[in-house]
Design a protein around this ligand. Sequence first.
Ligand code: IMP
Ligand code: MG
Length: 179
Amino acid sequence: MNNDIEKVLFTEDQINQRLDELAATLTEKYQDKCPVLVTVMTGAMVFSSDLMRRLNFKLNVDYVDVSSYGTEAASGGEVRLIQDLSAGIKGRDVLIVEDIIDSGHTLKYLNKLFAQRGANSIKICAFLDKPDRREVDVKADYVGYEVPNEFIVGYGLDYNNLYRNLPYLGILKRSVYAN
Ligand code: IMP
Ligand code: MG
């Protein structure tokens, strides 16, 4: 598995340190709010579970599963809701936890959906941001790292549902997906 990685972008130690910083910021912002933490499955599962254990305030946990058409190294523009939230969010403060903002379609879709349901506030916490790839105007409120326009795997992020279990973040060798 490690042989398929071109370069390590962030080690486990670096990620842990960044999570501490993000969690400190969020703990300050959400102290008296009891938000709903909405994890976007499956990519954000690892990030979200590590992050939430560092958050020192009351929160609810929920999740959605979405897919953008085009399953491989490029995501399509159309987003489909595969698994909806288990509870209503009317009047709630929603914090969306996502692995990476790429084209922006996924988060634009979720933002609109949650706004239609009457959320009091909607904020985005994205572990990674690939600003060069943006096709629609979406900005994360909290970002772990900005990353280059490369295909990134590990720490929850996959290629063909592989590499999610790598404890670090790496750039996938092009030879793995370009053939
Ligand atoms: P969007 O293009 O912003 O809608 O992002 C869609 C989804 O594509 C993200 O939630 C990720 O799951 C996936 N994705 C985008 N870029 C990468 C990448 O470099 N590695 C792994 N998954 C990615
Ligand atoms: Mg995703």
